[in-house]
Design a protein. Structure first.
Ligand code: ATP
Length: 201
């Protein structure tokens, strides 16, 4: 399977862009959704989290209290390491299963932390959805109803724009209006069809 990694920081437009690729029939695997599934109620990972931190790590309905866990590991690198060692192999395993099951001419792996979590190793090519920090902040604040300070804190722990640009094979510029995206996606989709069919010959 020929895999296109799609990355970009919080609110950069990954979902908006991958939805356009999906209109061409390309299957999209979202690492965030898999990360959530791995921590579903009853999962081994959620049980381990519950054993380590107690009931405060869970919401009343039995789901993971993501906000609490984020705060807990944010201030404590050794806890972050523990959590990553628990979840990353499980996430990788599920990603690989879904990549193998994909049936479109190529498949997209969409992950905000593609670079940080070294998922680039699973990708044949990397597409960056690039926006300026000001636009990124403004769109995320509008979408998530959060303060710009909260968005800044998340942007700080994600890879920098420069780090992403250094890894990317292709770039979609998303500072402009939504209408600017379709022509960029169409052009890249044609390129990827060619690259994937050559690679899979
Ligand atoms: P996250 O990683 O945080 O889930 P994302 O990279 O998937 O974010 P999107 O949810 O696709 O980002 O986009 C962020 C917000 O910006 C959404 O509300 C989306 O509708 C909006 N948006 C994306 N691109 C544009 C654009 N070109 N013009 C205006 N709004 C846009």
């Amino acid at each position: 399977m020929w895999v296109l990694g799609v990355t970009g920081g919080i609110g950069s437009g990954k979902t908006t862009v991958t939805n356009l690729f999906a209109e061409y029939g390309i299957e999209v695997i979202d690492a965030d959704l898999i990360a959530r599934a791995v921590m579903a109620p009853g999962s081994a990972a959620l049980t381990a989290v519950n054993e380590r931190y107690g009931p405060q790590a869970l919401l009343a309905d039995g789901n993971l209290n993501r906000g609490w866990l984020r705060e807990r590991v944010f201030s404590d690198p050794s806890e972050k390491t523990w959590l990553n060692q628990l979840t990353h192999p499980l996430i990788r395993q599920k990603l690989l299963e879904q990549l193998e099951q994909a049936r479109s001419p190529y498949v997209i792996l969409s992950a905000p932390l593609l670079i940080e979590n070294k998922l680039t190793a699973l990708c044949d090519r990397v597409l960056l959805v690039d926006v300026s920090p000001a636009v990124q902040r403004e769109r995320t604040v509008a979408r998530d109803q959060v303060s710009s300070a909260q968005v800044d804190a998340i942007m700080q722990v994600q890879a920098s724009r420069q780090e992403r640009l250094a890894v990317a094979d292709d770039i979609i510029h998303n500072d402009g209006p939504l209408a600017d995206l379709s022509p960029q996606v169409q052009h890249l989709h044609e390129l990827y069809l060619t690259l994937a069919s050559k690679a899979l010959q």
